[in-house]
Design a protein around this ligand. Structure first.
Ligand code: SF4
Length: 450
C-alpha cells in the first residue's frame, strides 16, 4: 500500500520577549523588580496575530507554532524550525511576525532557512512600515492586515506563483475575524490571554507606529468579542485578559455590551487607554465593575507635547487628576512616560525622577523616545539627519537611537539609565505596590457594600 502524502507544513514563528540592547541597562534594569514584572508579562502573551491567521489557513496545510524568546542561539532556532517540534516534517513555508527590534533576528533566521528550499515570509507592523528593510531576507513581505492576504499567499505557494510582496487594502472588517486557534498552544495555558476589541486609533501621535499603520481605526462587533471571550473562558475559568488594543475607549462605540461580556465571564483584565475615560464617571464605573484591574495611560513626555495627540493632549495637572479619578474607581493606573523628547535636559530628567518619588500612579512604564519606522517622528529625524547609524535591533525603547536636541546621545542614555534605576529600586517599587494594595482593598470593600 502507498504511504499517504503528508500535508505541506506552515510554521508560524512569533518573535517575542522584551529586548533591551543597552548592555548596562540589561545588567541593571531588568533585574529591577517592577521592570522585570512587566517584561515577563509581555513575554508570556500569546501571539494573537499569528493564532488568528492560523484560523484562516486551509485544512490542506499542517501548522506548527514556534515561540522565539530572543534568547536562544539563532542556529538552534533555525534547526528547530527545520526539524519540527510536533511533526518531523520540514516546513514548506515559514511565516514570521516581528516588531522592529526583532526584525533583524528574524531576517538572520530566515537566511539560515532559505538554502533548505523553505519559503520565508514576514508580516506585522515592521514589515508594513519598512518593507524595503525586510525584502532582501525573505521570499515575501506581507503589508497590512494579514487576514486579508494570507490565504491568497498560500494559494500562490501551492500554485508556484508566490509574489515578493502582498499588500492588504485596509478594508478588512473585524466582523470577519475568526476565533484564534488557541489549540496550537497545546496544553500550555498562558498566564494571560489576549483579545483585540479594536484595531488602530483615531489619534495620530507622532511617535506612535500602531495608530493607523494597518488602516483606519476599526472596532470588533460585540458578538465577535463575546465569542472570543467564551472560547478563552472554556480553557481557563475567570481568565486574565490583556486587550490587544492601542486605545480601547477612543472609539465612539457603546462599550456597555463588551464590558458586560467581561463581567459575565468573571474576567480580570488590562488594557491601554487615554486619560479622558476619567471624564465619564458612568463608563469608569462600568469598566471597574467588569473586572478591569489595570489601565496603561499614556502621560507621554513631561517636557514636550507631541503633534497628533488630538483631544488626548492635556496639561500635566489635568492628567494627574484623571489618574486619581481612575484609581478611586478601583483601577490601578500604569502611567506610561517617554524620556528624551525635544527639550529634554539633565534637569528635566532629574525633575521627572523627583516627581516619580511621589507620583500617584500604582505602576509606571518608562521608555526612551523611539522613532519607529512609519511614524512622523522617524521621518522628521531622518530628514534632519538626527538618526544615529546602526541597525533596527537597537529600537528597543531602552536605547538612544537619535541625536537629542539639548544633550548628547551618550548623556541621554546615562541619564535615562540612572532614572530607570532610581524609579525601579526596591523602595520606589514597594511604594507603588502599596498604592496598588490600597486600591485593591478599597475595591473589595466597595464590592462588599454593593
Ligand atoms: S493615543 Fe495612543 S494609540 Fe492612539 S495614536 Fe496616540 S499613542 Fe498611538
Amino acid at each position: 500500500m502507498e504511504e499517504p502524502v503528508p500535508r505541506p507544513k506552515l510554521t508560524l514563528v512569533s518573535m517575542s520577549g522584551l529586548r533591551v540592547g543597552h548592555e548596562e541597562l540589561l545588567q541593571r534594569g531588568l533585574k529591577l523588580p517592577g521592570l522585570a514584572r512587566r517584561a515577563s508579562a509581555l513575554a508570556q502573551l500569546p501571539p494573537l496575530g499569528l493564532l488568528t491567521i492560523a484560523a484562516m489557513v486551509p485544512e490542506s496545510w499542517d501548522i506548527e507554532l514556534v515561540l522565539d524568546d530572543g534568547a536562544s542561539d539563532e542556529d538552534a532556532v533555525a534547526e528547530q524550525i527545520l526539524t519540527g517540534i510536533s511533526s518531523p516534517i520540514q516546513p514548506r513555508v515559514v511565516a514570521f511576525s516581528a516588531l522592529t527590534p526583532s526584525a533583524d533576528r528574524a531576517a538572520r533566521i530566515s537566511e539560515r532557512l532559505r538554502p533548505h528550499k523553505v519559503l520565508t515570509v514576514i508580516g506585522g507592523l515592521h514589515a508594513t512600515a519598512a518593507p524595503q528593510h525586510c525584502q532582501p531576507s525573505f521570499d515575501a513581505v506581507v503589508r497590512g492586515d494579514g487576514e486579508s492576504t494570507f490565504a491568497k499567499l498560500l494559494a500562490d505557494v501551492a500554485g508556484g506563483t508566490l509574489a515578493s510582496s502582498y499588500q492588504a487594502d485596509g478594508s478588512f472588517s473585524l466582523s470577519n475575524s475568526p476565533l484564534p486557534r488557541w489549540g496550537l498552544l497545546g496544553d500550555h495555558s498562558p498566564p494571560r490571554y489576549t483579545i483585540q476589541s479594536m484595531r488602530g486609533c483615531p489619534w495620530a501621535c507622532s511617535f506612535c507606529a500602531a495608530s493607523r499603520m494597518l488602516g483606519p481605526a476599526r472596532v470588533k462587533p460585540d458578538e465577535r468579542f463575546d465569542a472570543e471571550l467564551r472560547a478563552i473562558a472554556s480553557r481557563q475559568s475567570r481568565p486574565w485578559i490583556e486587550l490587544a488594543d492601542d486605545n480601547t475607549f477612543a472609539s465612539g462605540r457603546d462599550h456597555g455590551p463588551m464590558l458586560e461580556s467581561l463581567r459575565r465571564h468573571g474576567a480580570r483584565w488590562f488594557t491601554e487607554s487615554d486619560w479622558r475615560i476619567a471624564k465619564q464617571p458612568k463608563l469608569l464605573r462600568q469598566i471597574a465593575e467588569s473586572g478591569c484591574r489595570q489601565i496603561l495611560i499614556g502621560l507621554e513626555s513631561s517636557v514636550f507635547r507631541y503633534p497628533g495627540m488630538g483631544a488626548k493632549n492635556a496639561d500635566w495637572q489635568r492628567m494627574l487628576e484623571a489618574v486619581d479619578a481612575i484609581q478611586e474607581a478601583g483601577i490601578v493606573v500604569n502611567g506610561c512616560l517617554i524620556v528624551g523628547a525635544d527639550g529634554e535636559t539633565s534637569e528635566s530628567i532629574e525633575k521627572l525622577g523627583d516627581f516619580l518619588e511621589e507620583a500617584p500612579m500604582g505602576e509606571i512604564q518608562l521608555t526612551l523616545q523611539t522613532p519607529f519606522p512609519g511614524t512622523s517622528l522617524y521621518e522628521s529625524l531622518l530628514r534632519t539627519n538626527r538618526l544615529l547609524p546602526g541597525n533596527f535591533s537597537r529600537y528597543t525603547l531602552f536605547d538612544v537611537v537619535y541625536e537629542p536636541d539639548q544633550m548628547t546621545a551618550e548623556q541621554l542614555q546615562n541619564e535615562f539609565n540612572n532614572l530607570v534605576e532610581r524609579a525601579f529600586r526596591t523602595e520606589a517599587q514597594s511604594r507603588r505596590d502599596s498604592i496598588q494594595k490600597q486600591i485593591r482593598s478599597s475595591r473589595r470593600n466597595a464590592g462588599k457594600q454593593a
